[in-house]
Design a protein around this ligand. Structure first.
Ligand SMILES: *[C@@H]1O[C@H](CO)[C@@H](O)[C@H](O)[C@H]1NC(C)=O
Ligand SMILES: *[C@@H]1O[C@H](CO)[C@@H](O)[C@H](O)[C@H]1NC(C)=O
Ligand SMILES: *[C@@H]1O[C@H](CO)[C@@H](O)[C@H](O)[C@H]1NC(C)=O
Ligand SMILES: *[C@@H]1O[C@H](CO)[C@@H](O)[C@H](O)[C@H]1NC(C)=O
Length: 396
């Protein structure tokens, strides 16, 4: 009975402590809830401007998704897309203008509403630790030689100028009949060796490149929220990782950094036979918003997360780099040019040769495009050797 008396005497203390703990928990929750992930004003702004600038169709689709996306993002801690909910939008086939489009763009429109796909390979651990720069490379299953060359050269996971660099490849699924299971098996082996493959269960094709963008932006928002910078590019480019880090350091940690080979007044192509043909039903503006070549560009991590949210409220656009320009426009961010990023075609054959042979030229650049894996490995060796250049071709 003495023990019981003791417990009774202390009961009020126990009660007090538990009330305190519960109140603290409630307060903490309320505090987190009241902090919007994305300021209200911004989402209103982006709504307005996107209505003005593009997406004439499907206005209601856009509005319906505003609340959904924001609440969804608050809780997502891991990739949460398990099934493919993707059936063709058959109501389009009744539209008179639809019948006149080419087969590829028809296919794009039929599946335009399918956005997020299950992951076949994921690496949630990729951004653990103090990663400064995430190198993100669009690749395809069969391009393993290019991936191999990148891993050996500019994509090495290491510290550059004391900053941690990590690498991922973005892949879809190549539907190529009987051989496909073998290729997929090889990819699995490759991923087990290097742990750098992110693969989504959508078909790999030109018009689906935008799916790579939106699925990557979502992935990044979930797994890499504290990574300050992203370099994103193709798998046939040369990247001077050291120069990139030097440039990023000098940029003073801009949260809205978006830098590449800029196109500020580019026109939609209306010729039906072009790879880039866009009918007015998809985009009826005169100019695309300013955008940079998807061949290689830099963006700040916090901006990528804002772009993820903005993009969820926009119709997918078949050209991936233009789509990112549209997201930037919605966010009122201007992409910036950089003369050291050479990703637009160097068309003249003579000039291209000269570029690919002169390591001094490469040493002063950030990104150069169109190199075979062999050229890349050779150029990397030359650039990282004790190269003596008589004159600096260009200053960063
Ligand atoms: C684009 O579409 C909108 C809405 O459908 C229409 O009001 C506008 O006049 C069109 N603009 C052009 C340049 O065709
Ligand atoms: C979004 O949520 C707010 C508040 O919960 C509500 O007032 C608004 O009507 C909703 N918007 C849409 C488009 O459902
Ligand atoms: C299907 O296409 C029609 C016509 O363009 C459009 O109004 C509708 O929103 C689309 N449905 C989906 C799920 O995207
Ligand atoms: C994009 O991928 C989806 C899912 O695999 C597929 O249904 C669709 O046809 C693809 N889009 C194009 C334009 O091929």
């Amino acid at each position: 009975s003495r023990i019981w008396a003791k417990i009774y005497r202390n009961l009020h203390a126990i009660l007090l402590v538990s009330i305190f703990v519960v109140t603290l928990a409630i307060l903490q929750r309320a505090f987190f809830r009241s902090q919007p992930l994305f300021p209200e004003k911004n989402s209103e702004d982006s709504h307005k401007s996107s209505k003005q600038v593009f997406i004439p169709r499907q206005k209601s689709f856009w509005i319906e998704n505003i609340n959904k996306s924001v609440t969804e993002d608050k809780v997502v801690k891991a990739w949460d897309v398990i099934d493919v909910h993707c059936s063709a939008n058959s109501s389009l086939t009744r539209m008179p203008w639809f019948a006149e489009l080419g087969a590829n763009i028809q296919k794009f429109l039929l599946y335009q509403h399918c956005r997020f796909f299950p992951m076949l390979f994921n690496h949630p651990e990729k951004c653990e630790g103090d990663v400064y720069l995430l190198l993100v490379v669009k690749s395809m299953i069969l391009q393993h030689r290019r991936r191999e060359a990148i891993r050996k050269t500019w994509g090495q996971e290491r510290e550059v100028r004391g900053k941690k660099v990590r690498l991922v490849f973005l892949l879809g699924v190549t539907i190529q009949g009987e051989e496909h299971p073998h290729h997929q098996k090889l990819l699995e082996y490759e991923d087990r060796l290097y742990g750098d493959i992110l693969q989504w269960d959508f078909e790999e094709c030109f018009y689906n490149l935008t799916l790579k963008e939106v699925n990557f932006l979502k992935w990044f928002s979930i797994y890499c929220p504290s990574v300050p910078f992203i370099f994103k590019g193709d798998d046939d480019i040369f990247v001077h990782t050291g120069n990139i880090i030097e440039f990023l350091e000098s940029s003073g940690g801009m949260l809205d950094l978006f830098v590449g080979a800029l196109l500020s007044t580019s026109l939609p192509i209306r010729e039906k036979n072009s790879k880039y043909f866009i009918p007015p039903e998809i985009f009826n503006g005169t100019f695309y918003p300013p955008y940079v070549s998807g061949g290689g560009f830099l963006m700040a991590g916090p901006l990528a997360m804002k772009m993820h949210i903005a993009s969820e409220n926009m119709d997918l656009f078949p050209i991936d780099d233009v789509f990112l320009g549209m997201c930037l426009k919605v966010l009122h961010v201007s992409p910036k040019p950089h003369s050291g990023i050479k990703t637009w075609g160097v068309q003249e054959p003579g000039k291209e040769k000269m570029i690919s042979r002169d390591p001094c030229f490469f040493q002063n650049l950030l990104v150069v495009h169109k190199l075979t894996p062999g050229e890349l490995i050779l150029m990397w060796k030359l650039v990282t050797s004790d190269l003596i250049c008589t004159r600096k071709t260009q200053r960063l």
